[in-house]
Write a new protein. Structure first.
Length: 308
């Protein structure tokens, strides 16, 4: 060790002694501890701010927690518990017999069969050999006798007129009861099928149902060959006419009262919900009247089958 190094070591030792005497070492330790604590706090704050600074989405999907296997298990258990809590059986369908004045049926009216048209021996619907997919259960004669379209269907000017022609005039509808078998109209007052005005009380269920001529035409439902609409087509189909509009008209019928027809299903469900008899006219008379216009009447067997 040379003279310079020995002098430096002496100065360091002297300065250290003076710092201990003045308490500088203790102060330095305290400062170091605070500095470490401050550094840790800053790191934690920076981490928190970094997390908070992550982009946020407005979608509710982004705010939902990620599903885990345990979540699925818990959900399954909750669904099982809910299923166990529900009644295993619904209230049995057991309708009481309604008053005689509330029971109405077009099927009960006298049958006026036409040659070649028969009924299914057990299901009761009409059978058309060339169109087995078309199964109404009311004949045109039964529909007419029951009371339909406010009594004005077979009048050329019955009810509200159709759309005006190119000249702005509204024309008579080409329809006449004379075209069809006279047996369909025997014993029925003319005001019940060829009246000038629509009279709701004429209808079997005493309510207005369906749309008018103008509405049918505006919807494009009318074929020029059958200007009065679906029932005119049905009357002609029933007596043997076939044409290229049959598929469309039968498809329309299926949508209303086929096996999955909207209005037929609607009525059956309402009957079951009300625990009412299949022929209780107090349940949805408007829907019943609508189905009648489409040569359809809900039967007891159909209701019982749906109620199982």
């Amino acid at each position: 060790m040379n003279d310079y190094e020995r002098a430096r070591e002496t100065n360091v030792a002297r300065n250290a002694a003076r710092m201990r005497e003045l308490g500088v070492d203790a102060l330095a330790d305290d400062v170091n501890q605070k500095r470490k604590a401050s550094t840790s706090a800053k790191k934690r704050k920076a981490s928190t701010e970094a997390e908070a600074a992550q982009p946020r989405r407005a979608s509710s999907r982004a705010r939902k927690p990620v599903a885990t296997y345990s979540d699925d298990v818990n959900l399954a258990r909750a669904l099982d518990d809910a299923a166990d809590a529900r009644p295993t059986t619904r209230t049995p369908y057991a309708p009481s017999v309604p008053p005689a004045t509330c029971r109405k049926s077009a099927l009960a009216l006298a049958e006026k069969p036409f040659k070649g048209v028969k009924r299914h021996p057990t299901r009761g619907h009409l059978i058309f050999a060339d169109r087995p997919d078309f199964t109404p259960n009311l004949t045109p004669g039964q529909v007419i006798a029951a009371g339909t379209w406010g009594g004005c269907y077979f009048h050329p000017r019955g009810g509200k007129a159709g759309l005006p022609g190119p000249d702005g005039k509204r024309r008579d509808v080409a329809i006449s009861p004379n075209e069809f078998p006279k047996e369909w109209f025997e014993g029925i007052e003319k005001s019940r099928y060829a009246n000038r005005r629509y009279v709701a009380e004429t209808n079997m269920y005493g309510v207005k149902a369906g749309q008018d001529q103008e509405y049918w035409e505006s919807k494009g439902w009318i074929d020029a060959r059958d200007p009065r609409g679906w029932f005119q087509w049905y009357c002609r189909f029933y007596v043997g006419r076939r044409c290229d509009d049959d598929d469309r008209q039968i498809s329309r019928w299926k949508g209303v009262c086929g096996a999955k027809g909207r209005w037929k299903t609607n009525l059956i469900n309402k009957i079951i919900a009300a625990n009412a008899s299949f022929d209780d006219a107090r349940v949805s008379p408007v829907v019943r009247q609508t189905l009648l216009h489409w040569a359809c009447e809900v039967t007891e067997s159909e209701v019982l089958k749906a109620a199982k």
